[in-house]
Design a protein around this ligand. Structure first.
Ligand code: FEO
Length: 407
């Protein structure tokens, strides 16, 4: 196996020994159109150290990459920056196969590893800001609680100026290329935005504090080595700036219209709302709930200033695809949105009120009353939809205009 799966050098002492998952298309409900990677890193210090492991089915690939550099049994230390299964799924087998002298995690990580595997692994808790002596160099660990799990921490290798950032600055992107400068900027930034929108957005305020803390430490970062996707070595300033923007919920003059339709009436209404928005200076994304994955809708909302939702009434309620997406979006807690609701109905007509209830729960400020249309909209009804769009556009008129791309 080691002849097939080779480690990739990252810096003088650090090797990438992770695994590439070309086939994954659903990562616990997040659509991974481009696959993913599970990154693990080998530090060839006096005390050879493995940072994070990989998802369980990929253990042999990781072990082969390690063996292409050194005998795995020579690994002295394993550091688990994050206990989620995509990084710790093979931890127990790896510890048993290698028999390291030391296994470290944060205090919450030590608890989480036991609560996941019930294996009695001898995990030592490293304190926030604490150092791990690797002989000729050291790792400093900084807790990043709730970014995005309670156990999360990052570690800093002083010798090579590498920040091992676990999920932070990561993305789901399978590729043969391992570094940011080998991948087109548009792909990098789209996938980084999607990752932030779907994984980190609920913790955006914590992200800002962690960025402050990293800055206050005065680290002279040469490399950011995340647990998914490419290693950042050339565009560190750019990804840090994007994280600042996303953490600060910087919004643009952009509205997402999310809708479903039964016989086309609500779809026609969506287009009239869009015309009211765009005629008043807003950039619009019309997104069909049944035609678009929830995680792609979340990505569009990352920099949007408005969310307008439309549904026909079906059996006294909203369409199920919308309920799925609204449940998901509500959990992501996007802040600072304005919006409104619209929809067609045949007799009972509850959908628009129910949608407004969803918007209230998401703290989306309504720019105007919802628009309801019986069966099929006529010109007057469509003018009402257009007016809804115009009202929303006016509420986001002060936001910066959209520029190219999603970020
Ligand atoms: Fe990539 Fe939170 O695990």
């Amino acid at each position: 196996m080691k002849e097939i799966f080779r480690a990739i050098p990252v810096t003088e002492h650090v090797w990438w020994v992770g695994a590439i998952d070309w086939d994954i298309r659903d990562f616990h409900g997040y659509s991974t159109h481009r696959g993913s990677t599970y990154n693990a890193y080998l530090v060839m210090a006096d005390r050879v150290t493995l940072i994070d492991t990989v998802k369980k089915p990929f253990r042999d690939e990781m072990m082969a990459r390690i063996a292409s550099v050194t005998d795995p049994s020579g690994i002295d230390t394993i550091v688990s920056n994050h206990s989620e299964m995509d990084h710790s799924g093979c931890l127990v087998e790896t510890v048993r196969a290698i028999g390291p002298e030391r296994l470290y995690a944060s205090a919450k990580g030590a608890e989480a590893i036991e609560e996941h595997f019930h294996a009695g692994l001898p995990v030592e808790a490293v304190s926030d800001g604490g150092s791990i002596d690797l002989g000729n160099m050291s790792l400093t660990c900084v807790e990043t609680r709730m970014l995005h799990w309670p156990d999360s921490m990052v570690s800093w290798l002083d010798a090579d100026r590498v920040l091992f950032s676990q999920d932070g600055f990561g993305m789901h992107l399978a590729s043969c290329e391992r570094f940011d400068d080998q991948i087109p900027d548009l792909v990098l930034e789209q996938e980084a935005a999607k990752y932030f929108a779907n994984i980190l957005l609920p913790f955006a305020h914590i992200t800002g504090k962690v960025l402050d803390r990293i800055e206050s430490l005065g680290l002279d970062i040469d490399v950011i080595a995340p647990d998914h996707g490419p290693v950042w070595r050339s565009k560190i300033d750019r990804i840090l700036a994007l994280y600042r923007r996303w953490a600060g919920r910087e919004r643009k003059r952009k509205a997402v219209i999310l809708y479903d339709t039964m016989w086309g009436s609500t779809q026609t209404m969506a287009r009239a709302v869009a015309d009211g928005l765009s005629s008043n200076g807003a950039c619009v994304r019309i997104m069909s709930a049944r035609g678009t994955h929830r995680s792609d809708i979340a990505t569009e909302i990352l920099d949007a200033g408005a969310l307008v939702v439309g549904s026909p009434t079906l059996n006294n309620t909203i369409f199920p695809a919308l309920a799925d997406i609204l449940t998901y979006l509500k959990g992501l807690k996007p802040k600072g949105l304005v919006g409104g609701a619209f929809g067609s109905y045949g007799w009972s007509g509850e959908a628009v009120k129910l949608l407004e209830g969803w918007l209230d729960e998401m703290k989306v400020e309504k720019a105007a009353e919802g628009v309801r249309v019986k069966y099929v909209p006529d010109t007057e009804a469509l003018l009402g939809c257009r007016a809804l769009g115009a009202a929303v556009a006016k509420r986001i008129a002060d936001l910066p205009p959209m520029v190219e791309g999603v970020v």
